[in-house]
Write a protein that binds this ligand. Structure first.
Ligand SMILES: Nc1ncnc2c1ncn2[C@@H]1O[C@H](COP(=O)(O)OP(=O)(O)O)[C@@H](O)[C@H]1O
Ligand SMILES: [Mg+2]
Length: 253
C-alpha cells in the first residue's frame, strides 16, 4: 500500500481545494478540511463565512465547482446525491427539528430506526428485543428516559433537538453534522447538548457549527474558523481565539 493512500484512509472526511460560487460570489473558496474517525470538530466563523454551504457540499445538497470531497475509503462524495450520502452514513441535523409532534418520543425513535420499513409497518409490527434495547439505549443517551411516552409536541425546544439527534444516531451514521444546535436553547440545555455531542463522539465523528462560545468551550475539541469560504485558523479554542486575524473578523466584533 502506498503512503498517500494510507494517509487518506485515516480521514473520515477530507476536503481539498473546494470552491463554490453563487452568481460569481465565492461562498466557498479553496476550502480544505480533514476530520479523523471519531473526531469531534467545531466550526465557527462570522455569518456568511460558508459554514452551512460546507455542510451542503458534504451532504450532497450542493455540488462544488471544483475540489475534492472524500469520505473514508476514498469515496468521492461529489459523485453521489443527497440520499446516497445519507445512506452511506453521513447524517445531518438541521436547525429546525423534524420530529413528528403527534407521536411519542419512543415512536419517533422507532420510526427513525425503521428507516425504509415505512410508517405503516412500523406502527403495526412488533419490534424485536434488540430493537427495543436499541431505542432504550438512545433514549438514555439523549437524556429523555423520563419522557419515553411523552408526545414530542410536549417536549421543550432543547428536548426536541435531542430527540432529533437521537433519531439520527439510531441510524448509526459514521459522521454526524450538526448546524447551530444551541440556537434557542436555555443555558442549561446548551451545556447538556455539548455533553451529548461529546458522548456521541465516542462512537462517531461529529462536526458541529455553533456561535455560542460557552458551548464551543464545553466541547473541548479542535476548532476550525471559517472566513470568506476558507479556513482562517484551526486548533484549540485557546489558540484560535488568541489569533489576531480571528479576533479581527469574528471574536472582536
Ligand atoms: N443557494 C444559495 N444561493 C446564493 N447564495 C448562497 C446560497 N447559499 C449560500 N449563499 C451565500 O453564500 C454565503 C455563505 O453562506 P452560508 O454558507 O449560509 O454561511 P454561514 O452558514 O457561515 O452563515 C453567503 O453569502 C450566502 O448568502
Ligand atoms: Mg449557517
Amino acid at each position: 500500500m502506498n503512503t498517500e493512500k494510507t494517509e487518506k484512509f485515516q480521514s473520515v472526511l477530507y476536503l481539498n481545494g473546494v470552491t463554490k460560487s453563487f452568481d460569481g460570489f465565492k461562498a466557498i473558496n479553496n476550502l480544505s478540511l480533514d476530520v479523523s474517525p471519531g473526531e469531534l470538530r467545531a466550526i465557527i466563523g462570522p455569518n456568511g463565512a460558508g459554514k452551512s454551504t460546507m455542510m451542503d457540499i458534504i451532504t450532497g445538497k450542493t455540488k462544488p465547482d471544483k475540489g475534492e470531497v472524500r469520505f473514508k475509503d476514498n469515496i468521492d462524495l461529489t459523485r453521489h446525491d443527497e440520499a446516497d450520502i445519507a445512506n452511506m452514513g453521513i447524517g445531518r441535523k438541521f436547525q429546525k427539528p423534524t420530529v413528528i409532534d403527534s407521536l411519542t418520543v419512543w415512536d419517533n425513535l422507532d420510526l427513525a430506526l425503521a428507516g425504509n420499513r415505512g410508517i405503516w409497518q412500523t406502527l403495526v409490527f412488533k419490534l424485536s428485543s434488540n430493537q427495543c434495547e436499541r431505542i432504550e439505549e438512545i433514549i438514555s443517551l439523549i437524556g429523555l428516559s423520563e419522557k419515553t411516552e411523552a408526545l414530542a409536541k410536549n417536549l421543550s425546544h432543547g428536548q426536541k433537538q435531542w430527540l432529533e439527534i437521537g433519531m439520527l444516531i439510531i441510524q448509526e451514521p459514521e459522521v454526524l453534522l450538526v448546524d447551530e444546535p444551541a440556537g434557542g436553547m436555555t443555558d442549561y440545555e446548551t451545556m447538556e447538548t455539548a455533553k451529548l455531542l461529546k458522548d456521541i463522539a465516542k462512537n462517531h465523528s461529529v462536526i458541529v457549527v455553533e456561535h455560542d462560545m460557552d458551548f464551543v468551550r464545553a466541547l473541548d475539541c479542535t476548532v476550525t474558523v471559517l472566513h470568506e469560504g476558507s479556513v482562517l485558523a484551526e486548533g484549540s479554542l485557546e489558540k484560535v481565539s488568541a489569533d489576531p486575524r480571528v479576533i479581527e473578523v469574528y471574536l472582536g466584533r
